[in-house]
Design a protein around this ligand. Structure first.
Ligand code: SF4
Ligand code: SF4
Length: 481
């Protein structure tokens, strides 16, 4: 299919207003000397990041990445080809930081940064979900997500921050979570869940919060407290931990696992968001730190948390620091501490969507490829009818849901739908061939995105399930009755 230049030029997120910008220490509006400042910041970023240096210097224009981005596949806008997205930054870098670019700019595609190019940065760095799929196909390992993260941070620093992500960072700082839900509202919600689960199962399962002295602090995405199907995942975690007899607690201070600092590429805000989790763990005196089903949260937690917060030495070193809830559930199942019964999911035929940030930016467990095998082991032990989507859309080459990387906002809906089309085609294939009824995910953003856009593709909004929902439904709770 032919390319459609500028097909998505009109799609961009709302700019953060002055109040939202200034709350994070950024200028309230575009500064007068933005051109000079962007160029200075670009030089600093490239000098400080090996990955960005590679992206600026090593591209051979081989073309291997051009059709690998789900946004390019769905929109055909050439600026959504990963190499072209990088070129938006590389052209300015070459103009100002390379000999050839300074004196023979036409030879290397070097460009001066003007107002139009600045707008293209804002538009197309916000049409990248930072999923890293393109990097899998790049022979020199260029990671476009590093480019879009750096671009967004530079934009915020000259007064062009994104409203959605910056607003969330402010809410998390003030209230502890994405929604600005205060502690008492969370406690009420959790009490309601205890009543619901007792009614459904006949088992008194607790959802403890702010309980000092618990062994585990569980940090979940705030969507787990109220959204569907996320809350069913939270119920699943609680059932597993109850069945295993583990002492655990949630925290009203750290009631958001997702780290939106990553979305805007800001090390400072990523660090501040991470620190509140360390403080909550210290205040509660827990021994272990565990993360719920959130891809971006796990990417930051596993790769950067210890460095960001300057150590977590007070936690029990006999356990991984931090740990993912799926690792714990898998271990408990392998040890026989919990039992799973496939007959309890007999009405379902499921497939699994590997979330980008777990599949390509982090790992699970001690075995290579655990991020692929652990969720599949749990799902196959919980449901007899399990089907894989086509192999070029799973595991390392999984497709983004279309809403990751800080793009899960209404004004980007057209992009989100077009970006999800590739995943929906793969889902349709297994529905037709195997009568699959549900797609399972283990990332809060994937779940929110799919439950919103499924109806656009003719699927019920509740055809997406949480991993721990399927596991929790299969769990044999009889030994505690
Ligand atoms: S990181 Fe993902 S969204 Fe960004 S350009 Fe690469 S494939 Fe596209
Ligand atoms: S695959 Fe890598 S080297 Fe090839 S065009 Fe894309 S970014 Fe450049």
């Amino acid at each position: 299919m032919s390319i459609k230049p500028q097909a998505t030029k009109h799609i961009k997120p709302h700019l953060a207003n002055a109040e939202q910008q200034e709350a994070l220490g950024f200028p309230g509006q575009l500064i007068d000397n933005w051109q000079e400042k962007v160029i200075d910041l670009l030089g600093e970023k490239v000098n400080g990041s090996r990955a960005l240096q590679v992206a600026m210097d090593a591209c051979m224009k081989c073309g291997a990445c051009t059709d690998k981005c789900h946004y390019y596949q769905g929109t055909k806008d050439p600026n959504n080809m990963p190499v072209a997205r990088q070129d938006l930054m590389r052209s300015v870098y070459k103009r100002h930081y390379t000999f050839t670019g300074k004196y023979l700019p036409w030879l290397v595609g070097a460009k001066e940064l003007d107002a139009d190019l600045l707008q293209q940065w804002y538009t197309y760095f916000h049409q990248c979900s930072q999923c890293r799929r393109c990097s899998v196909y790049c022979p020199v390992g260029i990671d476009t997500s590093e480019v879009s993260m750096a671009g967004r941070d530079i934009l915020a620093q000259v007064g062009m921050g994104q409203k959605y992500a910056n607003q969330v960072i402010g809410k998390v700082a003030l209230k502890g979570n994405n929604l600005g839900l205060p502690g008492p509202a969370l406690k009420d919600t959790l009490l309601g869940l205890e009543e619901d689960v007792l009614e459904d199962t006949g088992v008194a399962i607790r959802f403890p919060i702010d309980e000092a002295g618990a062994d585990i602090l569980l940090v979940t995405p705030s969507a787990d407290f109220f959204a569907e199907p996320h809350v069913d995942g939270l119920i699943g975690y609680a059932k597993v931990l109850h069945q295993a007899g583990v002492s655990w607690t949630l925290s009203s201070q750290a009631s958001e696992a997702a780290n939106f600092g990553l979305f805007v590429g800001s090390e400072q805000h990523t660090r501040e968001m991470a620190l509140r989790i360390k403080v909550a763990a210290q205040d509660l005196g827990v021994k272990r730190l565990v993360f719920g089903e959130c891809g971006h949260a796990w990417r930051v937690a596993q790769n950067h948390l210890k460095d960001l917060v300057q150590g977590l030495d007070f936690l029990d070193a006999r356990y991984p620091i931090p740990q993912h809830i799926a690792e714990i559930t898998h271990e408990l199942w392998q040890q026989g501490t919990i039992r799973l019964d496939v007959t309890k999911n007999a009405q379902r035929c499921i497939t699994f969507h590997d979330s980008c940030n777990v599949a390509r930016a982090s790992t699970l467990g001690k075995v290579k490829g655990g991020q692929y095998s652990i969720p599949r082991d749990l799902l196959k032990a919980s449901c007899a009818r399990y089907v894989e989507m086509p192999s070029h859309t799973t595991q390392q080459t999984t497709l983004c849901c279309g809403g990751g990387g800080g793009l899960l906002t209404d004004e980007l809906m057209e992009l989100r739908i077009k970006g999800a089309a590739a995943r929906m085609n793969a889902f349709d294939e297994v529905i037709k061939q195997h009568q699959v009824t549900h797609m399972v995910a283990m990332c809060a953003i994937c779940k929110s995105q799919f439950s919103t856009i499924f109806p656009e593709f003719g699927h019920a909004f509740d055809s997406v399930l949480s991993l721990h929902q399927v596991v929790g439904d299969a769990l044999d709770l009889t030994s505690s009755l």
